[in-house]
Write a protein that binds this ligand. Structure first.
Ligand SMILES: [Ca+2]
Ligand SMILES: [Ca+2]
Length: 197
């Protein structure tokens, strides 16, 4: 009777050991995939934010004929032209649901919508929209700056926005990357003021 009890306990320990090893193996397989999925979710949030910003600046420009600034790290009214009531003609917003804040950047950096390509911390910003090596969008226009973006994340965003475009992925297309910041073309005034066909 006692011998059978010892045997039963030993068998249970062996079972526990096997279960622990199997869980360890599964965790080693699953955890990297989970963190990769979490990274993908952050990239998706940024892509969504970029789409929202593009829609917002286009609507603001259509109403007012102006290009807008919207800075996450500012409380000044004139740096929230898409979200806070402005007193200039035909402002019919808000074009964003809420003032842009750094909460919108899942990587912890700042987010800014600029009204000129030659403003901001990275100079000169210009977008080589057709991938021929020269910036075809310079001067007045709207772009979004998102900081604290690592190279792997920048590559993912670039792959979504500049799919199939030739040239250096960092400096070509609607998405450019420098100084750990992603810069995304939203619109220029030539594009939006083109005569209707
Ligand atoms: Ca460029
Ligand atoms: Ca690119």
């Amino acid at each position: 009777m006692g011998g059978r009890l010892v045997y039963k306990n030993a068998f249970t320990l062996l079972e526990i050991l096997i279960v622990v090893i199997v869980i360890g193996i599964l965790a080693a397989l699953i955890i990297p995939q989970l963190s990769e999925a979490a990274g993908d979710a952050k990239v998706s949030r940024l892509i969504q934010l970029i789409d929202t910003a593009r829609t917002g600046v286009q609507a603001h420009h259509a109403d007012t004929g102006r290009l807008a600034r919207e800075f996450s790290n500012s409380t000044a009214t004139h740096e929230h032209q898409l979200s806070i009531k402005q007193d200039y003609h035909n402002w019919n917003g808000p074009y964003f649901d809420r003032p842009l804040s750094s909460v919108e950047n899942p990587f912890g950096g700042i987010v800014r919508v600029y009204n000129r390509f030659d403003e901001g911390p990275v100079h000169p910003v210009g977008f080589d929209l057709i991938g021929r090596g020269t910036d075809t969008a310079t001067g007045a226009g709207q772009y979004m700056l998102i900081t604290e973006i690592t190279e792997p994340v920048a590559r993912e965003i670039d792959a979504i926005l500049d799919r199939g475009l030739n040239g250096d992925w960092r400096s070509t297309g609607r998405c450019e990357w420098a100084n750990n910041s992603v810069m995304v073309f939203l619109m220029d005034i030539h594009e939006s003021s083109a005569p209707a066909p």
